[in-house]
Write a protein that binds this ligand. Structure first.
Ligand code: SAM
Length: 292
């Protein structure tokens, strides 16, 4: 069960969702309801994906040459886009010829339902028009989403996705994939040397603690996962890059947030024997390739 302090930091609907997914009689309900999604500060704002992309490309550009991703006529793939199609609406609005994803919590009926259309997609569309110009009216936008998005309910590793992809994205997903290698092997099958990719990985504990690594390094990963459940795989940035390299994908990791000074825990030797501080205290990293 989540800690009380964590639950108190969530909206009532988010708390209710976490609890209902753990209560035996209610566990088989839908992954999300419109009310839960719309009340979430994270999920309720579609334009967040444009903001994330701006921020991530800015961080990458400080470390290496990087041309902004151009979605026009591109085939875009996202791993684990979430219940509201992640970067999909942004990519389609900006002209992607196809957006494909695999997401275990995908529910197409929910996505195209009246509450999601009126309380999420209309706002997202208005914000996209303000940021990029009125490329599509709302009716055209919805039609384009229906036509160009192909989202499979299930894991990326076994989804019937067709390559080659021009652009591959993921946002806080790779750290949740158990095990990661089959997903990276799937990526290798979908990508070419020209495929541009940008994966934001969050290596923190995913709890609103003072330091994002609080409680995480005090024991080996198996013990942490046994106690907290299979929520995060506990790979560190060098492991993710190594998985890409072994699958034949040339990737580079770029630090997007380091959080060391406020960590006060006692680091278990399991971690000390395997990682330098730089790997241990990188909370956010971008796994990227090629520059243009
Ligand atoms: C933290 S959420 C991020 C969702 C979305 N990218 C966003 O930023 O809102 C992690 C997502 O990864 C998905 N996920 C977990 N394992 C997966 C897998 N094997 N293949 C595809 N998606 C997966 C989860 O269902 C969840 O939606």
């Amino acid at each position: 069960m989540p800690k009380l302090s964590y639950l108190l930091g969530l909206t009532p609907y988010e708390t209710w969702r976490l609890l209902r997914l753990r209560l035996p009689l209610l566990r088989n309900g839908p992954a999300w309801t419109p009310a839960e999604l719309m009340s979430s500060p994270k999920h309720g704002r579609g334009i967040r994906f444009a903001e994330l992309l701006l921020r991530q490309e800015q961080v990458v550009r400080r470390q290496m040459p990087w041309e902004p991703l151009d979605f026009a006529d591109r085939r875009v793939v996202e791993i684990g886009c979430g219940p509201l199609a992640g970067f999909g609406p942004l990519a389609v609005f900006l002209g992607a010829s196809m957006f494909a994803s695999a997401e275990p919590e995908w529910d197409a009926e929910l996505f195209f339902s009246a509450p999601v259309r009126d309380r999420y997609l209309r706002f997202f569309h208005a914000d996209l028009c303000a940021a990029y110009g009125p490329r599509l009216d709302f009716t055209q936008f919805i039609a384009a989403l229906r036509e160009r998005m192909r989202i499979h309910r299930g894991g990326f590793e076994s989804a019937p996705l067709e390559g080659p992809a021009d652009i591959v994205l993921s946002q806080s997903c790779l750290e949740h994939v158990f095990p990661l290698d089959p997903t990276v092997a799937r990526l290798a099958a979908l990508q070419t040397k020209q495929t541009r990719f940008l994966h934001l990985v969050d290596f923190g504990n995913h709890y609103p603690t003072g330091n994002p690594f609080d409680g995480l390094y005090e024991q080996p990963p198996e013990d942490y996962i046994a106690r907290r459940g299979k929520a995060i795989n506990l790979l560190r940035a060098p492991d993710v890059v190594a998985a890409f390299t072994q699958a034949g994908i040339a990737a580079r990791s770029i630090v997007s947030r380091t959080m060391k000074d406020t960590y006060a825990g006692k680091i278990h030797p399991w971690w000390r024997e395997r990682y330098e501080d730089a790997a241990l205290f990188t909370q956010l990293a971008l796994v990227v390739g090629p520059a243009a």
